[in-house]
Design a protein around this ligand. Structure first.
Ligand code: ADP
Ligand code: MG
Length: 217
């Protein structure tokens, strides 16, 4: 005999999401939230800072993409959420997931990454964008050059934070954070929690909720 790890299965419908978001989730074929989604989504919808540790493949992208798509105001023309990722591939993947989840709300996500023409991204940034996803170097470059307006950023997500630090992005991440409005919600996602990550979260997050999903099967 064994004990079932999840005692009761929650449906996305119980997470108080808009019909448009629920419809998109259904179209993606997600029938029930993963454990990290079930725990993170209600807290994120309350706009609380969160530090999340959960293993690779556990569904962390939708854990922040669903609340972001739910929370952003479609009417606002300036970007309201910034997601930092360690790589270009991940930025593109996250942007695609956001586009899929926000499909029926017509949420516009934009990926910004290095080794790609700056001018083209500058042009894209002139269009209405709700959520910007990017690698730290290029995002900082756009903020410093005034092509990315962060004055309306309400949500900052650091995705795969352990990878971002391993790749040496700490300084750029900190420079970006200092340029964002201080009245914002910050969420940090990582597969592992090192002392460096704990110190980063302690430094830039207010009274954060810590959610750690046990990797033991
Ligand atoms: P992580 O960031 O934790 O490594 P991802 O967000 O990349 O994980 O998700 C891993 C995979 O699980 C993706 O292919 C994603 O589409 C799928 N997935 C995410 N949430 C669900 C869900 N609720 N039901 C089914 N599949 C899901
Ligand atoms: Mg991930």
């Amino acid at each position: 005999m064994y004990l079932k790890r999840r005692i009761c299965n929650v449906h996305f419908k119980e997470l108080k999401l808009n019909e448009k978001i629920l419809g998109a989730i259904e179209q993606l074929g997600y029938t029930e939230p993963t454990e990290v989604q079930e725990r993170v989504i209600p807290v994120a919808l309350q706009k609380q800072d969160i530090l999340v540790k959960s293993k690779t493949g556990s569904g962390k992208t939708a854990a922040f993409a669903i609340p972001l798509c739910e929370l952003v105001d479609w009417e606002e023309n300036k970007p309201q959420a910034l997601v930092l990722t360690p790589t270009r591939e991940l930025a593109v993947q996250v942007q695609e997931d956001i586009t899929n989840i926000g499909r029926f709300k017509r949420i516009k996500g934009l990926a910004l990454y290095g080794k790609s023409p700056f001018a083209k991204q500058k042009l894209a940034l002139k269009q209405k964008t709700h959520i910007v996803v990017g690698t730290p170097g290029r995002v900082l470059d756009h903020i410093e050059k005034g092509t990315l307006d962060v004055s309306k950023i309400e949500y900052l997500i650091m995705d795969e934070a352990d990878e971002m630090l391993n790749m040496g992005f700490l300084e750029q991440v900190e420079s970006i954070i200092k340029l964002l409005p201080s009245n914002r919600t910050t969420m940090l996602f990582s597969a592992t929690l090192s002392d460096e990550i704990k110190s980063l979260s302690g430094k830039y997050m207010k009274k954060s909720v810590s959610i750690e999903i046990d990797a033991a099967e």
